[in-house]
Design a protein around this ligand. Structure first.
Ligand SMILES: [Zn+2]
Length: 344
């Protein structure tokens, strides 16, 4: 409450009550049992569910999260078996070959060996956009607060879920493709995706005080494409699978990777001509994004070769721990960090 009001006086809007729809999930950490296609949830009892994958022998259920999505309720079980050893990640000294990945929009990933992975643009292709528009219009035409409006809104929600599911599935496929290459390490750009999606600063005409064009309407389309490509999610999946395969993920700074010449190292913005890369100094010719992927690979090589793993790590390189442990937060529920910041 205190924080909310403080934010309000700092100009962040009057505090709102939480809506019932803010809470879409809850977690059990004790007392969950599974038998065939039945699950026991404390206080709720036995209920039927679709058991999509059996729990392997020796694993214990540590937690169960019940989540409401657009088309029903989902349960995810966290299981543990202490007898299974942790994944061991290769030390830098054992890294001999690296593959560089350049993330893009026209193609989702360009690899330094010349391989390209398509970007299906699940949310930003024409067909999806039209369908979404039609379904959204059906909602807007219904009377506010009516049952039919709610039904139409659920329909939109289901469509969004379908897009998200498709993207998720495709990303696992892509991540698997990259990780299963015959290399020891994978080099990815360390992108600050949220900064890239930021809105353009408003431009104000000093005399009349009116807003001038700042390019935001043009950037909106790009932002949507960035959102649709969701590189951050893809990188998380690559991290996870690489750890599983015992491979190293190297995050390198993406600065000038698309402008630097592979051949002579000349950095110039005019090196790039759309998808083509032509060096203004030595005339080196390549596909622009594959040139970038090679630069990313070379940058990762310089991290591995120069740096001894026992000595201090370079700043731009974050090595992954064997088991990625993120603070996963359910939407609508306060995270530990939020609670801490309130209490302090
Ligand atoms: Zn050159």
């Amino acid at each position: 409450m205190d924080v909310a009001y403080k934010n309000f006086f700092d100009g962040r809007g009057f505090p709102k009550f939480k809506n019932r729809s803010n809470f879409t999930s809850f977690t059990y950490v004790i007392g969950v049992k599974v038998q065939g296609n039945k699950i026991y949830l404390p206080k709720l009892g036995w209920m039927r569910f679709f058991n999509s994958r059996p729990i392997p022998d020796g694993f214990k259920i540590k937690a169960a999260t019940i989540r409401k999505r657009q088309d029903g309720w989902y349960v995810s079980l966290r299981i543990e078996d202490r007898a299974v050893p942790d994944y061991i990640v290769k030390p830098f000294t054992e890294v001999n070959n690296i593959i560089g990945c350049d993330l893009g929009i026209t193609k989702l990933v360009h690899l330094s060996d010349g391989y390209q992975i398509e970007n299906p643009k699940f949310a930003t292709n024409k067909k999806t956009k039209v369908t979404l528009k039609i379904r959204q219009r059906r909602v807007n035409r219904k009377a506010k607060g009516s049952k039919n409006r709610k039904k139409a809104a659920t329909n939109v929600g289901k469509f969004h879920k379908k897009i998200a599911d498709k993207r998720d599935c495709y990303q696992w496929y892509v991540a698997n493709k990259i990780v299963s290459r015959n290399v020891d390490a994978i080099a990815i750009e360390d992108l600050n995706v949220s900064a890239m999606k930021r809105r353009c600063k408003p431009k104000v005409d000093e005399e009349s005080g009116r807003f001038l064009k700042n390019g935001q309407s043009r950037k909106k389309g790009l932002n949507r494409s960035i959102f649709d490509a969701s590189w951050g999610e893809l990188v998380l999946k690559i991290d996870y699978l690489a750890a599983k395969h015992g491979k190293v993920v190297l995050k390198v700074s993406p600065k000038y990777t698309s402008q630097k010449c592979q051949n002579c190292g000349h950095v110039d913005a005019s090196n790039r001509d759309g998808e083509k890369f032509i060096c203004t100094q030595c005339g080196h010719f390549d596909h622009a994004d594959i040139n970038a992927a090679k630069n990313i690979r070379d940058r990762a090589y310089s991290i591995v070769r120069v740096d001894c793993p026992e000595l201090k790590r370079p700043k731009q390189c974050k090595e992954l721990s064997a088991r990625p442990r993120g603070n996963r937060v359910e939407p609508g529920n306060p995270s530990n960090r939020d609670i801490k910041s309130v209490m302090s």
